[in-house]
Ligand binder design. Structure first.
Ligand SMILES: [Zn+2]
Length: 409
């Protein structure tokens, strides 16, 4: 079993630092859109490191990278992504790929016997900065049909299939299939929150990944003269939206405290004119919960609140669900491997919910899946300020290596 001092932290840092130079921005952050020259370069480099570590390198037909140890049968996998948001940090995704590579390298270097092949994975297009979020893993697990894939375009109108065909991976794309070849998937990722840092705990064992639901709500009232219309005669949709937003926050901090988050992030009033009462207001609601039951309760509570608010302001309401991902619980087999792995590494740990989406959600549809979180400074992520302490990286990798070893033996 591995402890943090077994991790070759110099090797890990040299890889992280090398990748951080590619797609580097004047701010110090990185921008790496899927299939951009910078994204292809980090992918090539990582493939070369996999190869040097004794792994067989392959790409599936969507450009997802897999480096696996010899052997047959479903693989024990770990990895994350190398694409970034515009001006993103050096650890989101990248740490999960490099940590997996180091963990598997440690296991191979010690010549420890494994029954199942170990694999390091990097998915394309996790961030959605070019096409859409979690695309690589969504394709890997076969959740899109041909027509849906044909329709995927970036902001410039370039089709996903064309962008893929124009990309050089240095290896042929294969028909490797995550659906049949995955035994388990364990992703190490920065927490992107402050809970671990505040608690002074280096390892978060993810119990569940909260699935977001995106709603669009329309309040319809009546546009009227802002001077001449008495308050009691108004059907003011912007006022109704304002009341709703405040009430939603109260609901979030009382009934749903600690169980999820509900947010209005986008709003448009019509006609959006200074001296006219807003006749129509359209706004978003993003809600996410750690479990299906809470998500259902939230949906009901939001509808109730919309109805009450609309009635009070004498407007009508209509809500549409644009996108919905159910919460994904981590599998017990994976959680207990991480827990035992942390105990054996001498690392303090606590259960955490992932409030952000990750590729693990998709992998959970084809195999047992789970996540390890490590703390990041001030909870900052998707910014050049992203930072993880070397000691937390070493601890995370030791725990990951222990867990992968148990899953593979
Ligand atoms: Zn990420």
């Amino acid at each position: 079993m591995f402890t943090p001092s077994d991790v070759q932290i110099g090797r890990v840092h040299s890889q992280l630092d090398t990748l951080a130079q590619i797609g580097r921005q004047p701010s110090g952050g990185v921008t790496r859109y899927t299939f951009s020259p910078d994204h292809l370069q980090v992918t090539h480099l990582t493939a070369a490191w996999m190869s040097a570590a004794g792994l067989d390198v392959l790409f599936d037909r969507w450009g997802n990278l897999v480096g696996h140890s010899p052997g047959v049968g479903p693989m024990v996998m770990s990895g994350s992504h190398l694409d970034s948001v515009p001006n993103g940090g050096h650890y989101d995704g990248v740490l999960g790929v490099i940590a997996a590579l180091e963990a598997v390298t440690l296991i191979l270097e010690q010549g420890l016997p494994v029954r199942k092949p170990l694999a390091v994975v990097s998915f394309i297009e996790e961030e959605g900065a070019r096409f859409h979020g979690l695309l690589g893993s969504t394709l890997a697990v076969g959740q899109l049909n041909d027509a849906e894939i044909d329709a995927i375009r970036d902001g410039q109108g370039v089709g996903f299939r064309d962008a893929l065909a124009d990309s050089s991976f240095g290896y042929p794309l294969t028909d490797f299939d995550f659906r049949s070849d995955s035994d388990s998937f364990l992703e190490l990722h920065i927490e992107q929150g402050k809970r671990l840092e505040r608690a002074g705990i280096p390892i978060g064992i993810v119990t569940s990944i909260a699935g977001p639901t995106f709603m669009q709500v329309t309040f319809t009232g009546q546009a009227d003269h802002a001077g001449a219309t008495e308050y009691e005669d108004r059907h003011d949709t912007l006022l109704a939206a304002a009341e709703f937003i405040v009430a939603l926050r109260e609901l979030g901090t009382s009934r749903f405290a600690g169980r999820g988050h509900m947010t209005v992030g986008k709003i448009a009033a019509r006609p959006n004119v200074t001296n006219v009462v807003a006749g129509e207001t359209i706004f978003s609601v993003d809600y996410r919960a750690a479990d299906v039951q809470t998500a259902a309760e939230m949906a009901e509570a939001i509808d109730e609140l919309l109805a009450v608010t609309a009635a009070r302001q004498r407007v009508t309401w209509h809500a549409e669900i644009g996108h919905q991902t159910p919460p994904t619980p981590a599998r017990d087999r994976i959680r207990s491997a991480v827990e035992t792995g942390a105990d054996r590494a001498g690392a303090a740990h606590q259960p955490v919910v992932s409030w952000a989406a990750h590729d693990t959600m998709n992998m959970a549809s084809v195999c047992d899946a789970g996540m390890i979180f490590v703390p990041c400074r001030d909870g900052r992520s998707h910014t050049p300020e992203e930072y993880v302490r070397p000691e937390d990286i070493a601890t995370g990798i030791a725990v990951l290596a222990n867990a992968l070893l148990m899953l593979a033996q």
